[in-house]
Every structure is written in C-alpha cells, then in structure tokens.
Design a binder for this molecule. Structure first.
Ligand code: TXA
Ligand code: MG
Length: 327
C-alpha cells in the first residue's frame, strides 16, 4: 500500500509537488476537462508500467500522450498531415485526441504495439500547468480501476485508487464529463476510433471531407472492449418511453432501485434514489459518470438508466451506456 497524498491544485506549491512526483517516476491523478487521468512520465517505461499495475489494466492497451504544446507533436508522431494541423488549431487545447503514425522509438508500452500514437492537449488549466511544471509529456488513462466508471471528481479517484497511486491533484469537477473523441488519422481516410462530444458531423464540416463510417481495426485495438465503464451495481438501460413502465415492473420489496433519467420521471415510490440529467448531450454527459458513481455508492440492487435516442448527437453517450449496462 502506498500513502496517497491528496493535493488541492488551488493551494500554492501543489502543482509543483505533483510535477516533482511525476519527474521521479510517480503516479499522480490529475484533472482534465473530460475525466481525471492517471498521469505518469510518458518517457519513463517503469512509470508507465506502474500505471498498468495500479489500474490493473492489461499490458497492451495503449495510452494517450498528453502535451501542453502542439509543437511537441513531432516528438511523438512520424508525420502530422495537414488535416491534423487544422484540427489542432481548431480544437487544442480540448477534448479531441489524434491518432497519428508513431515516431520510431516511441515505447510499445505507450502505443500497445500499435502503429499509431494517440496525442491530446487537454484544456484543463491544472493539467496544462502540471505537464509544463513536469517538463515532460504525460500518459494519462482515465484514473479508474480497469473496467470501472471513469472519475469526474478527485473523490471518485480516491475511492478507486487510494493506496495504489502517489497522489491525487484535486482540480474540481470535470466540465465535459466523458472521455475525448479519438480521431484515427493513420489510414487513408480519417475515422472516429472513440466517439466523444466532438462528433462526426462537426468534424466532417470542419475538414470538408467525409470520415470513414467505422474504423476497420477498431475491434482489434485493445482497450476497446465491450464491457467497460461499469458500476458494480447491476445497471440496465431502458429506452425513454418504456422507462416508467420498466421501473413499475421491477419495483418490489426485494428491490432497491436507482434511476438515472432525463425526460421520463420515475413513477412515484418506484425508486429509492433518482438523479435527473440534462436534456441535451453536453449537459447529460457532464453529470453521467457522477450520477453512476453516486448511485453505485447508494446500496441499490439495480440501477436503471433512461437511454437517450439512438441519434448522432447522442452517439458518444450511447456508446458509454452500452458498455456500462450489464444487459
Ligand atoms: O479524455 C480522455 O481521453 C481521457 C483523459 C484522461 O485525457 N483519457 C482516456 O484514456 O480516456 P484511456 O486510456 O482511458 O482511453 C484511451 C483509449 C484506449 O483505450 C485505446 O482504445 C485508445 O485510447 N488508444 C490510445 N492509444 C492508442 C493507440 N496508439 N492506438 C490505438 N488506440 C489507442
Ligand atoms: Mg478509460
């Protein structure tokens, strides 16, 4: 067991202390605008290996490299095509990860042996300040034990990883709430490798070209697994109009039900706990993981989630929910 230091990013010296730990090969959970990341020095294989151990993540699942300066892309990528530059100008810092052909010498621990390297410049001021203070790029997978829900507060990180990492840098609640969009630029045509709030239609409009509908290699990339982002409480997704009926059918003295809803309120007395999410994708995403963490702590027998419509604006949220729900 490690003693996990809890640092408040607003306190003087906290970011420098986090940066010192990172330079020494330590693991520090840091806030980003999407979710908290478990950071380690991206150039230190021993540190990267500890990330896999702490998360109990299988070796071979690639890690995103976080930069504080777009000029550093050439240290990691063999080439940065014109459209990569265009997207960096438009979206960095921000929740868009670019998958580019990796430069020779980039560690296989970082890339999982894949031909590409994933790069992202986060928009959170604490993340940027930490990378700059450390003076090295940082790998930062979501700071949750493997397969569990990503953390959007320092408290979520502590519940999952306290005793397994060196420090948690508290920078408040994440504003985006779900992981970044990953755009694969290693092939002939760009393709979304992981949907996020920056969606396909928007990227096609910005680039002026169509994206490939599906990444051909998507199934093959470790880390893209079907069961993921799971609460420990059995979690079921139900489409909007069927949601109230499903709660009524499940309600019984043997059940303590929780509900995450956004349009159809749970019928009176069917649920022990209910959390309402925002009605648009941005608002829904912001509180989704917080809602699941809260209900997962509430001693429930089951969590029911009102699923959004299966339309493009909700694609990233439906992607996360399909992995979070056990059926
Ligand atoms: O918003 C985010 O991207 C957050 C914050 C902390 O930055 N990070 C995050 O990292 O979600 P992680 O490790 O939980 O998810 C990254 C996913 C991997 O599961 C993998 O599928 C894909 O990105 N990935 C990373 N590097 C890759 C590579 N070289 N080739 C293919 N896929 C890669
Ligand atoms: Mg993750």
């Amino acid at each position: 067991m490690l003693t996990t230091i809890e640092l408040d990013a607003a306190q003087a010296g906290a970011i420098e202390q986090a940066a010192d730990l990172l330079r020494q090969g330590g693991l520090v959970a840091i806030p980003t605008e999407t979710v908290y990341g478990l950071a380690a020095n991206a150039c230190d294989d021993a540190a990267a290996r500890k990330v896999f151990e702490a998360k109990q993540r299988p070796i071979g699942h690639p890690l995103i490299v976080h930069l504080a300066d777009p000029d550093r892309v050439t240290q990691w990528a063999a080439t940065a095509p014109r459209i990569a530059r265009q997207l960096m100008d438009r979206y960095w810092p921000g929740p868009l990860t670019l998958l580019l052909p990796k430069r020779a010498g980039v560690s296989d621990l970082v890339t999982g042996g894949q031909p590409g390297v994933a790069l992202r410049m986060p928009a959170h001021p604490v993340a940027l300040a930490t990378i700059r203070a450390a003076g090295v790029e940082l790998v930062a997978p979501s700071a949750n034990p493997y397969g569990r829900i990503s953390p959007t507060t320092a408290d979520h990180v502590a519940r999952g990883l306290r005793g397994r990492i060196d420090a948690i840098l508290d920078g408040g609640e994440c504003s985006v709430g779900i992981e970044s969009t990953i755009l694969d630029l290693t092939g002939e045509q760009p393709a979304i490798a992981r949907p996020g709030l920056i969606g396909q239609a928007e990227l096609e409009q910005v680039l002026g070209i169509p994206l490939l509908a599906q990444v051909p290699s998507q199934q093959a990339v470790p880390g893209n697994v079907k069961r993921h982002y799971q609460p420990t409480t059995p979690t079921v997704g139900v489409a909007g109009k069927d949601f109230p009926k499903a709660l009524q059918q499940l309600a019984s003295p043997a059940e303590r039900l929780g509900a995450v809803w956004f349009q159809h309120a749970p019928p009176e007395s069917t649920v022990a706990e209910a959390i309402q999410l925002g009605a648009d994708p941005e608002a829904y995403a912001r509180m989704l993981y917080t809602a699941l963490h809260t209900l997962d702590q509430a001693g429930l027998t089951r969590i029911l989630v009102e699923l959004p419509p299966a339309t493009e604006p909700w694609r990233a949220i439906n992607d996360r929910l399909s992995r979070a729900c056990s059926q």
